[in-house]
Design a protein around this ligand. Structure first.
Ligand code: ATP
Ligand code: MG
Length: 603
């Protein structure tokens, strides 16, 4: 490609909304342009790298035996009603009605579509197993799109769905995709950490996220230095330590009756520590949570026993419920874990009005004793004794509260936010923390969709059976941005060879006379060798061409200048020094270097 025949438009400054390196560099080097909030277009250079990322994904998935299909981006809303996700996903989905008044969805993901497509042709166990995939446009109405294509509203995802006859086959399909993911990311020069993403409530090691470490990562990871445990803080579990009293000794059971203490100006945990002169580990913190679409069986709870459930997609749930969550005073509740434990779509702290309505008192005085809504006790409270808690009466707290004696939780669950320094649940090692970005996700879905959407096949004995599913996703744009985030310096991008828009830039100091002749020769020889090469034939000052080539980050630069001929200067983007070599040898040497680099990454 000649530079004058493509679009190269670099910027000196990044726009103000670009705050991370990859976003700044993608904008400055002209790889992408912004069309709207969370809406980015790939320009010719950016599109080349974007397609190279896709090509690697495609090659590895095809090699692993996955089958690519091209479903539509627009999906009938009815499919989402069938699966029971229409209401749950309504916030993130972009929907519209066609002229017949039918609801349409711009695909935010495609479990429903693939399940429906497979349902149509599946009859016998002999057709299983198979894994289908697409690389296609998604739209999610992200509340806060940011970091350019890292979190856009429209983006491109590779999403795959496996269909298996039993758990053993599902495990094999899952492992097959996981192995392909490792090869995919390695080929792009990314080193990923695979992180446990299940909360335990879903069972087994049914879900992993592929994270790339990054100081600007959106996710926080907890890692164990002793074993391979790695988990997103959203989901991480840790060992429950023995609760200590203010002297640092295990808490002991008390026979003293509950004592009510007037605490008119005591609202926060800090206020309580001061007022009672006790450590926060002796407090039972009680918080009221509003929980959406809770599918927990609440029929045994007095407060909810007569509440009507809604049934959708074979699952019964209550659209809105309130719970009192109890946790040790020094810990915090993790809303993602809480939502998962309560089999619900979301949990959030109740607003002041609801706290008053459901607990009878404002936050700060809420307590587990006598409260009507169900109490969810975090595991940290299980061995607590002789505690201090809100009295459920404005302006009062209780001393000598004994869990079990003075209140009975509806359920005990692990809902705490684990942090650096907590103990690994597998080996007891001490967690350390890292920031990361999620590039991919693999998930054993089981029969979640095949059941609600009535997919069956006939087994050997002719009996209808529900197949198991797995789902697998890679964000193509986020992967590309992460490559740049991890491969740059103060001058610009430093592309790994496999995903560079062009492998080599040939830069004549001036595109005329002998310099033109040599540059043209090297350019056409490299083209003939199958190397992706760009010839900077623009009528620009050499300084501009150099700065652009460093910003755009071509892995190899060949400068053809009067002063050095018959030698040309060859410089690798990731090295400081340049070498002079005879122009006759340049293309062969450079082609060999490019192939070596590709081989290293692709092996
Ligand atoms: P996140 O927690 O970052 O919102 P997610 O859990 O919603 O991610 P998945 O539903 O697992 O993501 O989607 C699969 C992949 O799609 C993610 O691993 C990520 O790489 C990519 N992805 C998800 N949302 C976006 C987005 N808004 N912009 C770009 N890529 C995205
Ligand atoms: Mg998301």
């Amino acid at each position: 490609m000649k530079a004058t025949k493509t679009l190269i438009s670099t910027l000196r400054e990044a726009p103000n909304d670009a705050v991370i390196a990859s976003h700044q560099l993608m904008m400055r080097s002209g790889l992408i342009r912004k069309l709207g909030n969370g809406l980015y277009a790939y320009m010719p250079l950016g599109y080349r790298s974007f397609m190279k990322v896709q090509k690697i994904i495609r090659e590895e998935l095809d090699n692993a035996g996955l089958l690519e299909i091209k479903p539509t981006v627009i999906q009938p809303g009815d499919l989402w009603r069938e699966s029971g996700r229409w209401d749950k996903m309504s916030g993130e989905m972009l929907t519209a009605q066609n002229r017949q008044g039918q609801d349409m969805v711009v695909s935010p993901t495609a479990e429903e579509a693939f399940t429906a497509l497979v349902r149509d042709g599946l009859s016998s166990y002999k057709q299983l197993p198979f894994t289908l995939y697409q690389i296609n446009t998604k739209y999610r109405d992200e509340i806060r799109p940011r970091y350019g294509v890292m979190r856009g509203r429209e983006f491109t995802m590779m999403d795959a769905y496996s269909f298996d006859k039993d758990q053993e086959d599902l495990n094999a399909s899952y492992d097959n995709v996981a192995a392909a993911y490792h090869r995919i990311f390695k080929r792009m020069g990314l080193s990923t950490i695979s992180v446990k993403a299940d909360t335990g409530s879903m069972g087994g090691s049914g879900s992993e996220e592929f994270m790339v470490e990054s100081p600007v990562g959106d996710d926080t990871l907890l890692l164990c230095p002793k074993c391979s445990y790695a988990a997103n803080v959203e989901k991480a579990a840790c060992q429950t330590e023995i609760p200590l009293n203010s002297e640092g000794k295990p808490q002991v059971k008390t026979d003293l009756p509950i004592e009510e203490i007037a605490t008119p100006n005591v609202f926060s945990i800090e206020d309580m520590e001061k007022f009672f002169g006790e450590k926060s580990t002796t407090f039972l913190k009680a918080l009221v949570y509003k929980v959406y679409n809770c599918a927990l069986d609440l029929s045994k709870n007095e407060f909810y026993k007569n509440t009507k459930t809604v049934t959708e997609g074979g699952i019964s749930y209550i659209p809105e419920t309130f719970f009192c969550v109890l946790i040790r005073g020094d810990l915090d509740v993790n809303e993602t874990k809480l939502a998962a434990e309560l089999k619900s779509s979301e949990a959030e702290l109740a607003n002041d009005e609801d706290v008053l309505k459901y607990s009878g008192v404002p936050h700060g005085f809420v307590g587990p004793v006598g409260i009507k809504i169900p109490v969810i006790a975090d595991k940290s409270t299980v061995d607590m004794h002789d505690c201090i808690a809100g009295a459920g009466k404005t302006g009062f707290h209780l001393k000598h509260v004994e869990p079990g004696r003075d209140f009975t939780p509806f359920m005990t669950a692990d809902v705490r936010t684990c942090k650096e320094g907590d103990k690994c649940p597998d080996c007891g090692g001490t967690f350390y923390m890292k920031k990361g970005n999620e590039l991919g996700h693999i998930f054993k879905l089981g029969t979640k969709y095949t059941k609600s959407m009535n997919v069956t096949y006939l087994d050997v004995s002719g009996k209808p059976v529900t197949p198991l599913m797995g789902c697998y996703g890679i964000g193509v744009d986020r992967t590309l941005a992460s490559i740049i985030e991890g491969h740059n310096d103060d001058k610009g991008i430093v592309w790994p060879m496999t995903v560079a828009p062009y492998h080599v830039a040939v830069i004549p100091i001036q595109y005329k006379d002998k310099m033109k002749e040599v540059a043209d020769k090297i350019y056409s020889e490299l083209n003939a060798e199958g190397i992706d090469v760009i010839l900077d034939d623009r009528n620009e000052r050499p300084g501009v061409k150099f700065t652009d080539s460093e910003l755009i980050g071509y892995p190899v630069r060949i400068v053809v200048g009067d002063k050095n001929l018959p030698n040309v200067e060859v410089k690798m983007r990731n090295k400081d020094e340049a070498n002079l070599i005879p122009f006759e040898e340049a293309s062969a040497k450079v082609a060999e270097y490019v192939r070596e680099e590709l081989k290293k990454l692709n092996k």
